[in-house]
Ligand binder design. Structure first.
Ligand code: CAA
Length: 257
């Protein structure tokens, strides 16, 4: 694929995708989303890739959906474009995705980070849903994922005022798992990706699926789903190897099946 809005690097066990529209603070236009989704789907099928990192640059992870691309659109055009439907394809990616956020993660940028499975931030990161300040509301999951991540009252404040929060606040509120100095952000994300890549891939996949299930099911349905995934792993060679290696006090060798 000839990529123009993202850069893709593959390393042993993981891949790194960097948004590449620095002149507009990585504003997410339809082209970027199409390239991103296609790259993620390719990586999801790629046997060597076990974890994916999304990042921007020091100034911006992404400052939102591209306002200039939508400013003049009518409601009918927006409905026909249905540009945010494409974002649903990210939710279907089976491999873990880490967002490594520096600078602005606003609007669609914050929503994109929240679509990932783990968010790491640098000290300069700023998260926000400023759509209200331009006459709209979050349209790619912000009202739903932010509320689930930080609770109703903090989400409501952010969505109704458009105010940004710092990396440290995002961490205190449970949105971000770790805050690191700017220069270590990508290194930290790579270290995390390597740890995940070293785990048995089938168990990683089913673990991600089970955690995500908790967002759209009752506790009963979720527990049942988790239990079935747990039992299903006993059909994998990696479960036999993992438990045998524990008993024999040695390091397991994963086959990914
Ligand atoms: N869309 C299009 N262009 C954008 C953009 C966006 N979301 N954010 C920044 N840019 C562009 C600016 O227009 C500017 O381009 P020019 O040089 O051609 O003028 C360039 O990026 C640099 O931006 P600024 O000069 O504004 O940089 P700054 O440091 O002064 O301010 C900022 C940074 C506070 C992030 C400011 O750019 C800003 O407020 N951006 C918009 C944030 C926003 O409202 N995001 C929500 C978008 S709607 C959305 O995302 C809907 C959804 O739910 C999916």
């Amino acid at each position: 694929m000839n990529l123009t809005t993202i850069l893709l690097t593959k390393e042993s066990g993981y891949a790194l995708i960097q948004f590449n529209r620095p002149e507009v603070l990585n504003a997410i236009n339809m082209k970027l989303m199409e390239e991103l989704v296609s790259a993620l789907e390719e990586l999801d099928k790629d046997g060597d890739t076990r974890c994916i990192i999304l990042t921007g640059n020091e100034k911006a992870f992404a400052a939102g959906a591209d306002i200039k691309e939508m400013a003049e659109a009518s409601a009918m055009e927006m409905l026909q474009r249905d540009q945010f439907a494409r974002w649903d394809r990210i939710r279907k990616i089976k491999k873990p995705i880490i967002a490594a956020v520096s600078g602005f993660a606003l609007g669609g940028g914050c929503e994109l980070a929240m679509t990932c499975d783990i968010i790491l931030a640098s000290e300069s990161a700023k998260f926000g849903q400023p759509e209200i300040t331009i006459g709209v509301i979050p349209g790619a999951g912000g009202t739903q994922r932010l509320t689930r991540a930080v609770g109703k009252y903090k989400a409501m404040e952010m969505v109704l005022t458009g105010a940004m929060i710092t990396a440290e606040e995002a961490k205190q509120w449970g949105l971000v798992v770790k805050v690191v100095p700017n220069e270590y952000l990508v290194e930290e994300a790579k270290n995390l990706a390597k740890v995940i890549a070293s785990k048995p891939p089938v168990a990683v996949r089913l673990a991600k699926e089970a955690v995500l299930k908790s967002f759209d099911t009752t506790i009963e349905g979720g527990l049942e789903f988790e239990r079935k995934n747990f039992y299903m792993l006993f059909a994998s060679e990696d479960q036999k190897e993992g438990m045998k290696a524990f008993v024999e006090k040695r390091k397991p060798e994963w086959k990914g099946k």
